[in-house]
Ligand binder design. Structure first.
Ligand SMILES: NC(=O)c1ccc[n+]([C@@H]2O[C@H](COP(=O)([O-])OP(=O)(O)OC[C@H]3O[C@@H](n4cnc5c(N)ncnc54)[C@H](OP(=O)(O)O)[C@@H]3O)[C@@H](O)[C@H]2O)c1
Length: 256
């Protein structure tokens, strides 16, 4: 594979960093010159990474091209480029459909949508890909895993998961702020919360047959303090409001 990136920003940097952390990894990578500082940093860190003169040079020197510019400028950038029929195009642009990308990159016909996350730099967090493709699956499979989906609807629904990170940390921050308000030092509270939630994050792997509601019930001992918090939040409609918010995000992602 000769890998190219059009758009060298946060996500491209994370993918290249993850890729090049693999032992014995020598895939040649060519990146577009913007962002200048990120491109220079990647080229300095990894001997197989070169900065192309412009976006077209990225295409001319690669067979697999990852599109990683922001959606607002993507159409304008892609219209100026000449793709080859044999290019495999992997679009990381979250909010533009595969169909629209395919029209913009013709005569290339092999077009895959992928949704990696920045944690890929540390080989963590699965990448959603659509439609299933053995080369793209093999590539992202080594960088934290892959969830293959058949169609855009499934892709859009799974994408909604990625809208929940900030709320997750706000949840932890709420616990942290409350514990601190009781006079516990910030460092101690943070260390304890981080340690416990890291352990909880392992539960789906250690009990692979249990769904999330069962895991919740495992901790919600009748009459216990976990049951109390779960019940009080449920009665106030916290989780219903959360689910409604996911629905609104889905509408936005799916362009409804
Ligand atoms: N970050 C995420 O967590 C994430 C997750 C999933 C999907 N995505 C998708 O990945 C894409 C990239 O996201 P990102 O977070 O990496 O954004 P980003 O950090 O803003 O990177 C985009 C890069 O494109 C460069 N650029 C601007 N104009 C260009 C042009 N004409 N030709 C080539 N490059 C150009 C920008 O350079 P300058 O800085 O010089 O303007 C910038 O470094 C987006 O479409 C986003 O939807 C991101």
């Amino acid at each position: 594979m000769k890998l190219g990136f059009v758009g060298t920003g946060a996500l491209s940097s994370a993918i290249v960093t993850g890729l090049k952390s693999l032992p014995g990894e020598t895939t040649p990578v060519v990146i577009s010159p913007r962002n200048e500082a990120i491109a220079a940093d990647l080229a300095a860190r990894f001997p197989d990474v070169r900065i192309a003169a412009d976006n077209q040079a990225v295409l001319d020197q690669s067979d697999t091209v990852m599109l990683a510019v922001r959606p607002q400028i993507a159409r304008e950038v892609l219209r100026e480029l000449r793709f080859r029929p044999d290019h495999h195009v992997v679009s990381l642009i979250a909010t533009i459909s595969r169909g629209e990308i395919a029209a913009l990159v013709a005569p290339a016909t092999q077009v895959t949508k992928a949704l990696p996350m920045p944690m890929i730099a540390r080989l963590q967090g699965a990448t959603i890909i659509c439609p299933p493709d053995p080369i793209v699956t093999a590539f992202f499979g080594r960088l934290g895993g892959v969830i293959e989906v058949e169609d855009q609807d499934e892709f859009d629904a799974l994408s909604v998961v990625t809208a929940t990170y900030a709320s997750y940390f706000k949840y932890l921050d709420t616990i942290h702020a409350w514990v601190r308000s009781q006079g516990v030092s910030s460092d101690k509270a943070r260390a304890y919360i981080a340690s416990i939630y890291k352990a909880l994050a392992n539960a789906p792997d250690t009990a692979p047959d249990e769904d999330f509601m069962h895991l919740s019930q495992d901790y919600a001992t009748r009459g216990g303090i976990n049951e109390q918090v779960l019940r009080e939040l449920s009665e106030r409609g916290t989780f219903d409001a959360f689910a409604e918010s996911l629905g609104r995000v889905h509408k936005r992602i799916a362009g409804e």
